[in-house]
Design a protein around this ligand. Structure first.
Ligand code: COA
Length: 342
């Protein structure tokens, strides 16, 4: 044996979120436009999910376009140049081209080349997975600045006649820049998966079985070839009662009490899930709770950064505040961490 391998860890250090960006598609779709195809009502959807309208992307609002818009805002917010990014992570389940990763195209379009770039498939937990990896990279010295994007165009893979998903899923993008900090601004992640519940939320078939998704839409019924399916009730119970335990563990891991928390930003799955989680966590009144879902719908991996951006824009949380993030969904996969608001 000869020579030694240098350890990168000596060059890393604490990390934090430096900036947050969001992109909301132009078209707002009220419940009235959804109800006929699923024999539902505006009242039923509002009371069961808290959703009054959602955003659906148009043909020009692609995964890459929405990601770029959110990323540029995040970079501006962070005061970081794209050329200073060392890695771009895109969390998504609705970029319908399996390879190459859309992250590479986004990195190039931003001017971040030759940043490392890859996609993550962890559904509604994807953004929090990405933040965890980015924090570890900065901590270890593998990267100095990492861009984490959560982006979805779920309207392309949702069956407009499916009563349990048609009113829930929507489109949008959020992004965060993670970089070095004087003291830790991203707490330890508590994450995991429960693959025994693999079937609770899933595509109904592999893309290539009889088409390639949205590109092969059948004009007869205007449904994509393969769509998302969900066991609504078990998912509701799992999220409402198991995820608060994960959130508590993330607070403990960060050494933060609920009393010290300023904001709670859960994945925007369903307003009733958010309400139940807030009750279970016994959040004090001063904690701002993200309720972006009401006018945005459930955007899977984009929902946490979109919701955090709205809380900041509406003055409900400020730079330096402590926010608890938690993502959960298909897999079933989940991840939670406490962060300082950029
Ligand atoms: N509109 C109107 N009525 C509907 C409906 C719809 N879209 N979907 C179901 N119903 C009816 C059912 O027919 C049933 O009627 P019945 O009592 O007369 O038989 C009743 O509502 C209850 O059906 P159920 O399937 O048990 O609904 P639910 O109470 O579980 O609510 C969800 C359905 C989807 C709102 C709920 O399960 C849920 O919020 N799940 C979690 C979804 C979620 O957040 N997923 C994202 C995770 S990332």
């Amino acid at each position: 044996m000869s020579g030694t391998i240098a350890d990168v860890s000596s060059t890393g250090g604490p990390s934090r979120l430096l900036g947050i960006g969001a992109y909301r598609p132009h078209r707002s779709v009220p419940n009235a436009e959804i109800v006929d195809a699923i024999d539902s009502t505006d009242e039923w959807i509002r009371s069961r999910s808290g959703i009054t309208s959602r955003r659906f992307a148009g043909p020009d609002e692609t995964i890459a376009m929405m990601s770029l818009a959110a990323s540029r805002q995040a970079l501006d917010d962070a005061g970081v140049a794209a050329a200073d990014l060392d890695c771009v992570i895109v969390a998504t389940i609705s970029h319908l081209l399996q390879t190459p990763a859309v992250a590479t195209a986004i990195a190039a379009e931003l001017g971040a080349t030759p940043a490392a770039a890859f996609d993550v498939s962890a559904a509604c937990a994807g953004f929090c997975y990405g933040i965890a990896m980015a924090a570890d990279m900065v901590r270890a010295g593998t990267a100095r600045h990492v861009l984490v994007i959560g982006v979805e165009k779920l309207s392309e893979i949702t069956d407009p006649t499916d009563r349990s998903t048609a009113f829930i899923f929507a489109d949008g993008a959020g992004a965060a820049v993670v970089g070095p900090a004087d003291e830790p601004g991203i707490g330890p992640v508590v994450w995991g998966s429960e693959g025994e519940r693999f079937d609770f939320i899933r595509q109904d078939a592999y893309w290539p079985v009889d088409g390639f998704g949205a590109a092969d839409d059948d004009p007869e019924n205007s449904k994509p070839a393969h769509t998302l399916r969900m066991e609504g009730n078990p998912v509701f119970r799992w999220a409402s009662f198991e995820m608060p335990k994960v959130a508590m563990r993330a607070l403990e891991a960060a050494g933060v009490t609920v009393a010290e928390l300023d904001a709670f930003v859960p994945h925007q799955a369903n307003m009733r899930i958010t309400d139940t989680m807030a009750r279970q966590l016994k959040l004090p009144d001063h904690v701002a709770i993200a309720r972006d879902i009401a006018e945005q719908g459930n955007t899977s991996s984009a929902s946490v950064p979109l919701a955090l951006r709205r809380l900041i824009d509406e003055g409900e949380t400020r730079s330096g505040d402590l926010a608890l993030l938690i993502g959960f969904g298909a897999g079933l996969a989940y991840a939670a961490q406490v962060v300082r608001v950029p």
